[in-house]
Design a protein around this ligand. Structure first.
Ligand SMILES: [Zn+2]
Ligand SMILES: [Zn+2]
Length: 333
């Protein structure tokens, strides 16, 4: 199989022909049709995730199952599936035994058995989710990290009917957060530093687009504040500033990987009974809901398509902040 291989950190991925994978018991082999590129791939590329080299990246894979390992009973050859990050827990620890295998300290992910930037991918059957009929692979792929992550974030922000959500950082994750929040009927503001994005964000459904420079919190406060902020920016400064735009009792849900410590005013936190929450891919139901909303056309990832051979170009554009809103590697039939 052809694959884009990260052989050395910070170096271009190499296109290599690797032996076709064969499934161990409990695993499947997927012919990859689309593989989304996420900001976290840049962290992996730079060596921040501790991945062992060489490795094939890609944690938003979507394709068709071509081979089943022994003991796989729930999936069939030909099933259209995607794979999420933590595919399988140990089954024995407190997290696994309480049904929260995503928190298993030894959970298996693409970092252990390889990702989707290849023609074929190995996955644990327990890490696969069916793609609803009619949802194209290139639109399904981004739901397996970005869509899942923001749906969990929205749920963990616990918005009540009538409350206002604000999305800070409207890129790969944020443009889906905006649409998911609207799709479940919440008033949703988008906060961006890029004036050129305003019309696009209105078209994606934002009730209002606030232009914020260094201080998204001040812009939000001026507009009446928000009860829930879904923050996808990696800027610790922006996250801390946004926090000041919460209404009393409000919750900021951080979905990004901050570039430094978060400095939050303890006064703002305490007197206003505000909360800072972290969230990542949580319950499977969140992924299911995100996929259903995408299949219903209520959430539509905005994707730029690249062939696998153009993976380095896509990665460089993502690094330069030029991707609008998700780069997806599309694999030939
Ligand atoms: Zn991701
Ligand atoms: Zn476990």
């Amino acid at each position: 199989m052809r694959a884009a291989v990260l052989a050395a950190f910070n170096q271009d991925w190499q296109f290599q022909t690797l032996p076709d994978p064969h499934p161990a018991p409990g695993q499947v082999v997927i012919r990859i049709r689309a593989s989304g590129m996420c900001g976290t791939d840049l962290h992996a590329h730079h060596g921040h995730l501790g991945a062992k080299l060489p490795i094939v990246l890609g944690h938003e894979p979507a394709g068709e199952i071509v081979e089943l390992g022994a003991g796989v009973l729930d999936l069939k050859v030909g099933d259209r599936v995607g794979v999420f990050w933590n595919q399988k827990g140990c089954g024995r620890c407190a997290a696994c035994q309480s049904g929260r295998s995503e928190h298993c300290p030894t959970a298996q992910s693409w970092m252990h058995i390889g990702g989707g930037n290849s023609e074929l991918m190995l996955a644990w059957a327990s890490g696969c989710a069916l793609i609803p009929d009619g949802l194209a692979f290139e639109l399904a792929a981004p739901m397996f990290c970005a869509g899942y992550t923001v749906m969990s974030g929205l749920r963990n922000g616990d918005p009540k009917p009538g409350e206002r959500v604000a999305v800070v950082g409207v890129g790969g994750l944020g443009h889906l957060a905006l649409q998911l929040s609207k799709a479940v009927g919440l008033e949703t503001f988008a906060i961006t530093g890029q004036a050129g994005k305003k019309a696009e964000l209105v078209a994606l459904g934002a009730d209002e687009v606030l232009l914020a420079g260094d201080d998204p919190g001040a812009a939000l406060k001026d507009a009446g504040g928000a009860d829930v902020i879904l923050s996808t920016t990696n800027s610790a400064k922006q996250i801390a500033a946004a926090f000041n735009g919460l209404r009393p009792g409000g919750r900021l849900v951080n979905l990004g990987v901050p570039d430094g410590p978060l400095t939050i005013s303890s006064q703002t936190l305490m007197w206003g009974q505000r909360q800072l929450r972290g969230s990542s891919q949580d319950e499977r139901a969140d992924l299911y809901e995100a996929l259903q909303l995408a299949a219903a056309g209520k959430v539509k990832p905005v994707v730029e398509l690249y062939s696998l051979e153009r993976a380095n170009e896509a990665r460089e554009r993502l690094q330069a902040g030029k991707v609008r809103y998700r780069a997806v590697l599309q694999h030939a039939d």
